[in-house]
Every structure is written in C-alpha cells, then in structure tokens.
Design a binder for this molecule. Sequence first.
Ligand code: SF4
Length: 56
Amino acid sequence: MAHVISDECVSCGACEAECPVSAISQGADHYQIDADACVDCGACAAQCPTGAISQG
Ligand code: SF4
C-alpha cells in the first residue's frame, strides 16, 4: 500500500520535504506520490494543511 494525494491538494508543497524516500513530486494538477517508492510511513499526511493525504 501507499499513501495517496487527493484533489483537495492545493499544491503548497508542505509534504514534499517530509518524505524520507522522496516519493512526492509536483504532478500535472497537484502533488503526487510514487506508489512504488512510498513506504507508508505517514510523515507527509501530518504536514498537509487540507487533509488531502490519506492511506490508499
Ligand atoms: Fe513518503 Fe511516507 Fe508519505 Fe509515503 S507516507 S509519500 S514514504 S512521507
């Protein structure tokens, strides 16, 4: 499993630096998580101001 970023993302970038495996990057519409790289630690979800990140 991996965490996922929903359409509630406002592309603030707060989560990107928190990821220990650099799985988060800016996508076409909003930030996205590389499911193959994510280790499901949850560090990013705690930083999101809109609650857009959840366990997939
Ligand atoms: Fe990175 Fe952890 Fe978020 Fe997965 S859950 S994207 S490993 S910070």
